[in-house]
Write a protein of this length. Structure first.
Ligand SMILES: Nc1ncnc2c1ncn2[C@@H]1O[C@H](COP(=O)(O)OP(=O)(O)OP(=O)(O)O)[C@@H](O)[C@H]1O
Length: 749
């Protein structure tokens, strides 16, 4: 046989034939895993020879194309005694045959190979057969002028400057030098003057230090919109005090306690805000004098990631601007006596919708009550430190949100008094959501069986040019699906099927242990995790079940990175500023519309271009109308067009053949190891649970019952799933339609 066209065939035996002897012989082998692997392979070869006449044959074949790294693989179970030997043939003819035979009912697609159909039958997974018909009711309703108005809506604007708005010159210079920010965005232009109002509109008592609701689309710079005025006012207060009391440099110190609290829903966001704050207050000596303008201001972040005692110690010393998460704040307000909040002047509720969504409403109410009781503002402040007109006359509360749903409005009702609504956009007719104009939004209706290969096709096409940098975020609905797909994309590309697929469970466990050893060894050498499915691309995962330390590392690394893929849950959807993300893939639709807005908002930030694609099942098409009713317009993309991206090198190849090969490789990988199967099963059940959490208003589109009807018309139902939960085959079969693998399996052992 020619090396350039190497075909390997492995024939599986009945589950226990010869396995005992392999296992016992392997145990006798001395030496490391490499030696054991070598012996195992030779034993397997012997075993194969001696059993070549067996009646029940499960056949798998691997075609290795010389000169190419791409390994294509097909497999299935054959129930006759015929020995099936696929050969590499004219690939185009082969794919044509695949197409023609694609309707052959319950058996997997039969592919009679060119020229010798009598005894050479290749059977491939039928991911292209019996898929529901896709009727896109939205397609012809979309007119091109609805799509991605190219004028960026969240970009900095040229007609105003920060100095023109009244901000301190040195603060503005600092922002320019350290953050490269020169011009305000629309929301900053609108909000900052109101937040400086004590200074700007001193005579206008109606317009002084009002509470503010800040609603602006994602990536429009809301953080600086509230941080800049606070730091500015503290600088002005310092200057005022220095002018009245020339002898002291500044009588204000960190011991004055906490003057501003910024509440955020997640630790990541708290850390992000804190790092911006550190930059803002670290102003070099003024060009006009040698004074450090804000030297006394100590920012701090308390998010529960460290020991409570050390948090207490930091609070005792004094944190003037505190960024924190609600649970920890309430804890310290209730239990840390040295936590001084009597002089609090600003309270910011950032990502307010997310705060509520994570169930913090009661915590927020308790925090507000304690702060109301303990805060002394305006005339109640006895110290001379607070006589400057630059202090807000009362505690100013600012609520930020990219979306304004009813729960947020309720929160506004009891936490803000007579608030002023400032919006970065021209929200029309009670519009609650807005996405950046320049964001290109698309959707693809994908039959369940094609989801995984479609995702692979998109990722492969994005990274096909090795010299271009891309950052991509893929959103999943739950932690377990992130874990499963992460493992699949990290390991399945290197998976050598011949290593393990044809041996018993007992031997498999032994061998998997050996292989894990080697895997651990290679992983400890390199900290970077590369995908083997999308070669040479770094892969990250981020979700709430990971250790905080790992989450922080991932966030930091992915932020700095030029090229890579992040698999994540909605933990990364809110507020996180991950620079230069080019594409968002919503592999699982969001469980709430506002999550859609936040997810796509990780790209197209600050006027930059961005792309977002949403995966929908055929039963979920109506979701596009829901988006449209909220002025969110997405353009359809055909699944076939995306899959054609799989044909990269050999243009004569049929994308269906390649997609099937990829799918089967995934399947073989999943079936190779009990751990993978467990991951898959967990992913499946968590996926179903997450699916059940779609909001009531969208239940008619995303209903678990619909999902089952759509996914496996004949055999699937939730009840059946529960009964059969112990059965790997069934679980994987069910899972497969939704998450990936689709080949029907014979139950082993
Ligand atoms: N005027 C500006 N010009 C250029 N860049 C800016 C400007 N204002 C803020 N930025 C930068 O834009 C990025 C996004 O800002 P920020 O995180 O505050 O946006 P956001 O509106 O809060 O977004 P999200 O709703 O997604 O949380 C940050 O990296 C920030 O440094």
């Amino acid at each position: 046989m020619d090396n350039s066209n190497l075909i390997l065939n492995f024939v599986t035996q009945g589950p226990n034939v010869g396995n005992q002897s392999i296992r016992s012989k392997l145990k006798e082998v001395r030496g490391g895993w490499k030696e054991k692997n070598r012996v195992r392979k030779s034993l397997k070869r012997e075993l194969k020879k001696s059993n070549s006449g067996s009646n029940e044959i499960s056949l798998t074949s691997t075609i290795v194309e010389a000169g190419s790294n791409e390994i294509s693989l097909t497999s299935t179970n054959v129930e006759t005694g015929s020995n099936v030997l696929p050969e590499k043939s004219n690939s185009k003819k082969q794919s044509n045959q695949t197409n023609k035979s694609s309707n052959k009912g319950d058996k997997e697609t039969l592919n009679h190979l060119n020229g010798d159909s009598n005894n050479k039958t290749q059977i491939i997974s039928s991911i292209f057969t019996r898929n529901p018909e896709i009727v896109d009711i939205n397609e012809n309703k979309i007119s091109s002028n609805n799509i991605a108005n190219n004028e960026p809506s969240n970009a900095p604007i040229n007609d105003t400057s920060f100095i023109g708005m009244g901000l301190n010159v040195d603060l503005v210079a600092n922002v320019k030098n350290k953050l490269g920010i020169e011009k305000p965005t629309n929301v900053q232009k609108k909000a900052i003057p109101f937040l400086l109002s004590s200074i700007q509109n001193n005579n206008d008592t109606n317009n002084k230090d009002v509470d503010i609701v800040l609603q602006a689309e994602t990536g429009s710079g809301k953080t600086l919109a509230y941080l800049l005025p606070i730091v500015h006012r503290l600088i002005c207060v310092t200057n005022d005090l220095q002018n009245t009391d020339q002898k002291t440099r500044s009588p204000l110190s960190r011991s004055v306690g906490t003057l501003a609290i910024i509440l955020t829903p997640t630790r990541e966001l708290a850390k992000q805000i804190f790092s911006v704050l550190e930059i803002l207050v670290n102003i070099p000596p003024s060009r006009l004098s040698d004074r450090h303008l804000a030297h006394w201001i100590v920012p701090g972040s308390i998010t529960g990631g460290e020991k409570k005692q050390s948090e207490k110690a930091r609070l005792r010393k004094g944190i003037n601007i505190l960024v924190c998460t609600p649970g920890r704040l309430l804890d310290h307000l209730s239990n840390t006596k040295s936590f001084i909040v009597e002089h609090l002047h600003w309270l910011i509720l950032d990502e307010a919708d997310r705060l509520l969504e994570l169930g913090f409403e009661e915590t927020l109410q308790n925090i507000l009550k304690i702060l109301d009781d303990r805060t002394e503002t305006g005339n109640n402040l006895k110290s001379n430190l607070f006589t400057s007109p630059m202090w807000p006359k009362k505690r100013q509360t600012i609520l930020c949100s990219a979306t304004l749903k009813d729960d947020v409005k309720r929160l506004v009702g009891y936490s803000l008094s007579n608030p002023l609504y400032v919006s970065g956009n021209d929200y029309s007719k009670g519009q609650m959501y807005s996405t950046p104009n320049q964001l290109k939004q698309t959707y693809v209706i994908t039959p369940a069986k094609l989801r995984l290969v479609t995702l692979t096709a998109i990722l492969k096409s994005i990274f096909k040019d090795k010299n271009t940098n891309h950052k991509v975020i893929v959103f999943f609905s739950c932690c377990d699906t992130v874990d499963f797909h992460f493992d699949l994309f990290v390991n399945s590309g290197n998976f050598q099927k011949d290593e393990i697929s044809n041996i018993s469970e007992g031997d498999r466990e032994l061998i998997m242990d050996i292989d894990e050893e080697s895997h651990r060894e290679s992983n400890s050498k390199s900290k970077e995790i590369l995908s083997t499915v999308i070669p040479k691309v770094r892969l990250f995962k981020l979700h709430g079940d990971l250790l905080q330390r790992d989450r922080t590392t991932t966030f930091n690394e992915f932020s700095k990175l030029k090229s890579g893929i992040l698999f994540c849950t909605d933990v990364a959807a809110r507020g996180l500023d991950l620079p230069n993300v080019a594409k968002i893939i919503q592999y699982d639709p969001p469980t709430d519309l506002k999550d859609y807005v936040h997810r796509v908002g990780r790209t197209a930030r600050l006027g930059k271009k961005g792309d977002a694609i949403l995966f929908l099942l055929p039963s979920e098409i109506e979701y596009i109308s829901v988006l449209k009713s909220h002025e969110i317009h997405a353009e359809p993309v055909q699944v076939e067009a995306l899959l054609e991206n799989l044909v990269q090198k050999d243009k004569n190849k049929d994308y269906k053949v390649i997609a099937t090969d990829i799918q089967l490789r995934f399947e073989e990988y999943v079936y190779s190891d009990n751990k993978c199967i467990t991951l898959a099963r967990k992913a499946y059940s968590s996926f179903i649970r997450a699916y059940a959490t779609h909001s009531v208003s969208e239940k008619h589109i995303f209903h678990v019952k619909k999902l089952h009807l759509d996914v496996k018309p004949k055999s699937l139902s939730l009840k059946r799933m529960a009964e059969e939960d112990v059965n790997d085959e069934f679980a994987i079969g069910s899972y497969s339609s939704l998450l990936g693998p689709t080949t029907k399996r014979k139950k082993k052992g």
